[in-house]
Ligand binder design. Sequence first.
Ligand SMILES: C[S@@+](CC[C@H](N)C(=O)[O-])C[C@H]1O[C@@H](n2cnc3c(N)ncnc32)[C@H](O)[C@@H]1O
Length: 298
Amino acid sequence: MDEKTIHIPVLKNEVVSYLNCRRGKVYVDGTVGGGGHAQAILEASSPDGFLIGLDVDTEALAQAEKALAPYEGRYELKKGNYAQMGTILKALGQEKVDGIILDLGMSSLQLAVPERGFSFLHTGPLDMRMDKSSSLTAAQIVNRWSQKRLMDIIKQYGEEKWAGRIAKHIVNVRTKHLIQTTTQLAEVIAQAIPRRYWPRSIHPATRTFQALRIAVNQELENLKSFLNQALNLLLSQGRLVIISFHSLEDRLVKTAFKQWAKEGKAQLLTKKPIQPSEEEVKFNPRARSAKLRAIECI
Ligand SMILES: C[S@@+](CC[C@H](N)C(=O)[O-])C[C@H]1O[C@@H](n2cnc3c(N)ncnc32)[C@H](O)[C@@H]1O
C-alpha cells in the first residue's frame, strides 16, 4: 500500500475534542472508511468506550476491521447507509448515543483504486459507486441521461458554469461511441471548455466528476435524511460532528445546525466552521476544503 492509498483522517484531534470522547460512552462513526477517526475515538474513550462504525463500502469496512483489531470487543462494524442510522441503531438495540461523527465524501482508498472510477487521473470504468450493490453507475448517467438532466446535475452538484456546454458535448460524443472510462470522460469535459477558461488550480473535469459522484451516491439526499433524524439519535448533551468537503454539503449542515439552535434543541459548538491548519493541509492535501461543524444536543 503506498502513501496515497492510506487515508489520513482529517482534523483528527478536533473530532475527538468536539465529540467530547469519554470512557464508557457510545459513539457512532457513520462514515467509518479506513477507521482512522474510529481508532482515535476508541483511543480517547479508553478503556471501555464503544464505537459503532457504518460504511456502505465493503472494502472500506475490511480496512476498518484491520485498523480496529487492537480494540476487539469495543466496536461493531456494519455495512449500512448513515441515512438509515435510526433503523440500524434500533436493530442493534441502541436507540440513542453519546456522539456521532460523519466525515463526508470519498476516502483516499476509493480515489486511489482506478477500478472504482472516482479519479480522472487514472483510467478506469465510469463507476463511482461507494456501495457496489447499488445499481446506478456514472456510466449510466453519462451515456443515458438526457442532455437537460446532465446539465442540471453538473450545474447544481458541480457548481460548474460550463455545465450547458459540457452536457451538450457529452451527448454529441456519445452518439458516436459510448463514453466508457474516466479518462475518456475527462477528455470530453476538457474539450467542452474553451482552453483559456480552464480553471488554474484544478483539473477542468473536477467539478463534473464531483457532480457525478454526488448523483451516483445520492449524497445530498442521504445527508438530508440523516439530518432529519439526527437529534432523535443523540442523548442529552450528545454531540454531533460533521466534516464536509464542498459548499453544498456544508450549507445543509450549517442551516440544520442553526435551525436547531434557534429552536433551543441544540447548542452550536462552532460558530464558524473549523478548518485544517496550513500545516495539516501540507501534510494531507485532501484536507484542503474540509469544514468541521459541531453541536451539542440540549
Ligand atoms: C472520507 S471517508 C471516511 C474516512 C474515515 N473517517 C477515516 O478516518 O478513515 C468517507 C467514507 O464514507 C463512506 N460513505 C459515503 N456515503 C456514505 C453513506 N451514505 N453511508 C455510509 N457510508 C458512506 C464512503 O464509502 C467512505 O468510506
